[in-house]
Design a protein around this ligand. Sequence first.
Ligand code: HEC
Ligand code: HEC
Ligand code: HEC
Length: 88
Amino acid sequence: MKKLVVALMIVAFAVTAAWAADTVTYENKKGNVTFNHKAHGDKLGCNSCHEGEPAKIAVDKAAAHGATCKDCHKDQGGPTKCNDCHKK
Ligand code: HEC
Ligand code: HEC
Ligand code: HEC
């Protein structure tokens, strides 16, 4: 029984380790940006943002306003106005 519990815990850890938070909030003065990681993944598929094994992607202002977020929104009809992403 103990072994089974340990095995289940390892499985549970492996599952969470392969997945980031459902939503990630970038806090800043312009207004917090909430990135719904799960909704993006469900709709677009992991490969639209991650190459190979999904891993951490660094997001800074330049990345967010370019290749990591906004460029795709321009192409695929996501939000591009400041206050569509930045919420006070
Ligand atoms: C729209 C782009 C996008 C899609 C689609 C996407 N991700 Fe991500 N993913 C990101 C970004 C951006 C980060 C970094 C978030 C942060 O700042 O912590 C990330 C982070 C991660 C991480 C690393 C978490 C960490 O903190 O180390 C994993 C694992 C991951 N994603 C898995 C997936 C999987 C699995 C899918 C498909 C079901 C997926 N992602 C779909 C953009 C995306
Ligand atoms: C590969 C394309 C793609 C990338 C990359 C992408 N998005 Fe999106 N995003 C979309 C699309 C398409 C929609 C519109 C979804 C809809 O209306 O159903 C959207 C919608 C949104 C929305 C409004 C809806 C919601 O989920 O609240 C926000 C906010 C958003 N994206 C933030 C981000 C941020 C922040 C990043 C970068 C970390 C990012 N997106 C990266 C395609 C993308
Ligand atoms: C696609 C979503 C998106 C749009 C559209 C967008 N931003 Fe951002 N912006 C972000 C994200 C995500 C960050 C946070 C990156 C981080 O945490 O380092 C950010 C960071 C910033 C910062 C840096 C704040 C700080 O404290 O460092 C400023 C200023 C900013 N944006 C202004 C704007 C303005 C002005 C517009 C409109 C012209 C705009 N943004 C449009 C997503 C967006």
